[in-house]
Design a protein around this ligand. Structure first.
Ligand code: ZN
Length: 240
């Protein structure tokens, strides 16, 4: 059983298509989306439709929440705010209702998924360091939890103490807990522009990080054509 775990798509259809194509080629049998389907890029409706077509577990990200509510955009940076205002106008009523109904945390088989943190999932804190991860671990009841939100792939491990590692492949060992960031499909911020997602090999107890080139020119051109901030197109190639 192979799970493709992917999120932070941010309406980047070209990146999402590349990820789903790769997941298929890699023999993934199941899909789990860890949120932020919309925001920043130019195809929010198409990305919602494509994720829905998978019929897989999906959880809510902060951009999904903001795009599907009428509350003020306080706390978002100006770029995100401008993109969210545009996103709200480019989703259908059905898209909005569906995004609004997503849960913050879910358990899928033997693992958990959350967009931001397990200690306060609806507050959208960022897990960047051991201290942040330790707080989340105290609410983690499965050995493995996948998350997103920072757009930087990284694994936190609790084995007595909490430490973090970069990973390409990570083997899950008995007695330890893992909090794994699978990176971002549509707007990576770790200096690598390629789309990121993870494959969880449930039968063999390990996960691998995948990085994929995609048609970034088309994604960037669509942002500009849509009248979204030019900076959102430029940052794709910089991977930050
Ligand atoms: Zn995000």
């Amino acid at each position: 059983m192979r799970f493709a775990i992917f999120g932070d798509i941010h309406a980047n259809l070209e990146a999402l298509q590349a990820v789903l194509q790769d997941a298929k080629e890699q023999g993934c049998t199941h899909y789990v989306c860890i949120g932020d389907i919309v925001g920043y890029n130019a195809n929010p409706h198409e990305c919602v439709e494509l994720v829905q077509s998978l019929g897989c577990p999906v959880i809510k990200g902060n951009h999904d929440e903001q795009a599907s509510s009428s509350s003020s955009l306080e706390g978002f940076n100006p770029l995100a705010e401008e993109a969210l205002t545009w996103t709200r106008q480019n989703l259908t009523k059905e898209d909005i209702a569906w995004l609004n109904g997503l849960k913050f945390v879910r358990q899928v088989r033997d693992f958990t998924v959350v967009h931001a943190t397990l200690d306060t999932p609806h507050k959208w804190g960022y897990v960047f360091n051991q201290l942040d991860a330790a707080a989340s671990f105290s609410y983690q009841h499965t050995a493995v939890c996948f998350y997103g939100h920072t757009h930087s792939p990284r694994a936190f491990v609790r084995d007595g103490t909490v430490y973090s590692i970069q990973f390409d492949v990570i083997k899950f060992e008995m007695g330890k807990k893992y909090f794994l960031n699978v990176g971002s499909v549509g707007q990576p911020r770790d200096g690598d522009w390629r789309a990121a997602y993870a494959i969880y090999h449930a039968d063999r107890n390990y996960a691998e990080l995948r990085r994929l080139e995609y048609d970034i020119e088309t994604a960037a051109r669509k942002i500009i054509d849509a009248g979204l901030p030019r900076r959102l197109a430029e940052r794709l190639a910089q991977g930050k």
